[in-house]
Write a protein that binds this ligand. Structure first.
Ligand SMILES: [Fe+2]
Length: 453
């Protein structure tokens, strides 16, 4: 089953090495005659009035969950009760005022607000201001495409930002590309052992002030989900985590990388749309697990995912999935399989069968967690999911998994990257291709593949 398509794709990937990632990095306005139109160049960063004050604003400003008209903006300041916000918009190659907000009240130093009325597919810069013109760094974001709009999109992604490889240089290299948005696939902090909100905040503050994440936050809007270490290693409510601890962990996460409410106890599973090109399904794969009932996701989240995938008219359906859905039996046997979709066989078959039965085009799973990068087929040939793709991103900071340095590539595991990395996804809806580029700590391209989806 499906062997023909797999054989064809192996050849297509090799051919695509000719163009690709370097061009993405050096010429994002490059146009491919037969592909989707590219983004127009944006003006250089806005230079606002006032004095940059990193004591008052100890880490980056944040933008998240853009739509074609809205964005969530956030900042943390030290000891200021009210802030102002200034937003400028790129018009004909220059920055023009788009929005001002005064007297934003800071709770424990945190300010968050949702800004609406923005133009689709437009670059914005923004800054928060305290007293006497003291200001934050300048942040950039770009609104999503309007319904039906097509453009070549570039999204960044990584996972697992632990300290061994701080300051996470691969993230800075992807930040320099000013991607359309950036996906945080989880383990953004390793806050194991914390109990209170104040304790969790310490880990978030450290991460946000670290160069790689700081650069990414200033470069574009974020789409974040969590994995386990935002709460506790391999946690389970009622076992090693109390409700109080879980709520504190969720509150700290939300203070730093806010999201627009979707479904579930924390509103974390949600969909974001980028015109005709991509629908992004953000999963929450930690708090709804019930192994005794065979549930990796709640029934509600599973139903939402299935119906959302079926209803999507976007060319690509990206599923942000903190822990991979690929079957790693060939590589790892059953090691830690109970932490993955792999051991939740019924739900895994339910979603993979749904995608296959409905003949859904353009589905790509994007995951983190396992501390190596990879491009994968979800299952061995002949099994359900054998025709579906997953890309694992990161780690940008956590201890690397040494096994992939010696494990042979090929078969189900078409690309294995044992070095610290961050990733870009170039989505060409016209060609039906996703260019996947793995960036290393020196900005080098560790691997690239073009996936025909
Ligand atoms: Fe991790």
């Amino acid at each position: 089953m499906k062997t023909t398509r797999r054989g064809f794709l192996a050849g297509a990937s090799a051919a695509a090495l000719v163009a690709g990632c370097t061009k993405d990095a050096e010429d994002s306005a490059h146009s491919t005659p037969q592909g989707s139109p590219r983004r127009e160049p944006e003006p250089a960063r806005w230079q606002p009035e006032g004095t940059l004050d990193l004591a008052l604003f100890p880490y980056a400003v944040v933008s998240t969950d853009v739509t074609d008209s809205r964005v969530i903006l956030a900042v943390r300041s030290e000891g200021v009760e009210t802030l102002e916000l200034q937003v400028v918009e790129a018009v004909d190659g220059a920055w023009v005022p788009a929005r001002e907000e005064g007297e934003l009240g800071a709770a424990d130093g945190f300010v968050q607000l949702e800004v609406s009325g923005l133009k689709a597919d437009t670059a914005y810069n923004f800054v928060f201001k305290g007293p006497e013109g003291r200001r934050s760094p300048v942040g950039r974001f770009r609104t999503a495409l309007a319904a039906g709009q097509d453009r070549y999109l570039v999204f960044g992604a990584t996972s697992c930002l632990n300290t061994p490889n701080a300051p996470w240089p691969s993230m800075s290299h992807v930040a320099a590309l000013d991607t359309d948005a950036f996906f945080q696939l989880g383990d953004t902090v390793y806050a194991d052992g914390c109990e209170t909100l104040d304790e969790y905040r310490v880990y978030w503050a450290q991460a946000m002030a670290t160069q790689g994440l700081n650069d990414v936050l200033l470069s574009t809007s974020q789409v974040a989900t969590w994995d386990d270490h935002e709460v506790e290693n391999n946690w389970a409510l009622g076992e090693n985590v109390t409700q109080e601890k879980l709520d504190a962990a969720a509150a700290a996460f939300r203070e730093h990388l806010p999201w627009r409410d979707g479904g579930g106890a924390f509103g974390l599973w949600r969909k974001l749309s980028w015109g005709a090109v991509a629908d992004i399904f953000v999963l929450e794969c930690r708090s709804e697990r019930a192994p005794e009932e065979g549930l990796y996701l709640s029934v509600e989240q599973m139903d939402w995912l299935k119906s959302g995938l079926s209803a999507s008219s976007a060319r690509f359906k990206l599923i942000l999935n903190s822990v991979p859905i690929t079957d790693f039996t060939a590589m790892l046997g059953a090691a830690e399989a109970d932490d993955r979709w792999q051991s939740f066989t019924e739900q895994r078959a339910e979603i993979l069968g749904h995608i296959e039965d409905q003949g859904l085009q353009g589905v790509l799973w994007i995951s983190g967690d396992m501390h190596f990068g990879s491009v994968l087929w979800l299952s061995p040939e002949g099994e359900l999911g054998a025709d579906q793709r997953e890309v694992m991103v990161g780690p940008s900071g956590s201890t690397r998994m040494a096994l992939v340095d010696v494990y042979p590539e090929g078969g189900q595991y078409t690309e294995l990257i044992g070095l610290w990395n961050s990733v870009t996804f170039g989505l060409d809806a016209t060609l039906g291709e996703v260019l996947v580029c793995f960036y290393g700590d020196a900005g080098e391209i560790l691997a690239e593949q073009t996936l025909a989806l």
